[in-house]
Ligand binder design. Sequence first.
Ligand SMILES: NC(=O)c1ccc[n+]([C@@H]2O[C@H](COP(=O)([O-])OP(=O)(O)OC[C@H]3O[C@@H](n4cnc5c(N)ncnc54)[C@H](O)[C@@H]3O)[C@@H](O)[C@H]2O)c1
Length: 432
Amino acid sequence: MTIGIVGLGYVGLPLAVAFAEAGQRVVGVDTNAGRVNQLRAGDSYIEDIPSERLQAVASRIEATTRTSRLALCDAIIIAVPTPLTANREPELGPLVGASQAVADALQAGQLVVLESTTYPGTTRERVLPILEETGLKAGRDFHLAFSPERVDPGNEVHHLGNTPKIIGGLTPACRDRAEALYGLVCEQVVPVSSPEVAEMAKLLENIFRSVNIALVNELARLADRMDFDIREVIDAAATKPFGFMRFDPGPGMGGHCLPVDPFYLSWKARELDFATEFIELAGKVNQSQPYFCVEQAERALNLQGKAVNGAKIAVLGVAYKPGVGDIRESPALKILDRLQTLGAEIAYHDPFVPELKAYRLQHTELEQALDGADLALIVTAHPGIDHDHIAATVPTVDFRGVTRRERAAARPPATDLPVPRVNQPEPMEVAA
Ligand SMILES: NC(=O)c1ccc[n+]([C@@H]2O[C@H](COP(=O)([O-])OP(=O)(O)OC[C@H]3O[C@@H](n4cnc5c(N)ncnc54)[C@H](O)[C@@H]3O)[C@@H](O)[C@H]2O)c1
């Protein structure tokens, strides 16, 4: 088969490589000529796809900006961004542009699958009419389906191959075609009755995470005020073998998905005169979490008799999660921005993010970032960094709890401990 992939980013490139590794030919189309040139040179820009892996299948992947090449394909997958506008409404420009490009190349017998995360109804209401403007009819002349991507960048256990793939076809025949396509690269496919069910399933997954993260973030703020360790509470609750799922507090929510996707559903719900209150509340709590982090930084400096203004602060990890260089919606940016506005002198260390142009900052070696620092902030705990050493050297606020286990292990045996008192806790987040 020849498989076209429109959009070669975090979702599209792993798909392209997986199909090529399964022996299929791939035509990868992207509007970003720089990315296309990099791929042609065998140079991967996605951490989960090492360049060697890309080079091993290079002969089966044609990277191009020419959408007319899609006419050669048996199946075409659309994996373009679905961001929000400045007013936090769905920005469907890339999706509509990609659908138009597919329509311009559409051939009878082709299968088209949308993978971009979006509100229920997008495949039927937005993509289908553009494709049918060609005069070809879905379900008869070509097939159309929605299959949400569940890629988790940096996850070394779950990947495209071993993560079940949900598929909703416009018709049963559309679904069967899509099942056969993904069966080439996925161990398990999960057919559902319609594109809308598949679209909504993806949003449910993301909203579930967003709401639960907001819940622990809010409880972390309360625990901070009550002076006890929320992570100890979570550890205790997580011993329940049923009916509880662990979520940990952090500096806020980042990435291209969780801070964005739920609002696609809120927008759609408003059209139906329906308010999605859990989504709005979770968004509000998670978006304000970085300000709580700034407050913690202020307090940690205050303990030393220092102000933010003029303080040297080392920010460790600016990507939104460990092991990746993605800074989209990263809470680190809000923290950094606020601290800079308050007059702090910021150095950041993140081997995955060479520079932050908007803040006129560049990645600094760890020793250099910590040299003379009044405070270190562990915002994203990348692997391979000795955070305990940092916390032992420089006053540190650990938003991820990574230095906590070691301090707990260093405590005297339980029999020697006084009875814990809520108002006299061991400081949790601030490790000096
Ligand atoms: N990144 C993730 O972890 C993840 C996980 C699941 C789902 N998703 C969803 O998948 C979709 C793609 O996300 P991503 O993270 O891969 O985005 P990305 O920004 O990493 O990649 C998208 C690519 O599409 C290209 N592009 C934009 N408009 C185009 C067009 N009209 N024609 C061709 N190429 C175009 C861009 O140049 C870019 O290279 C989004 O809807 C996202 O919500 C992402």
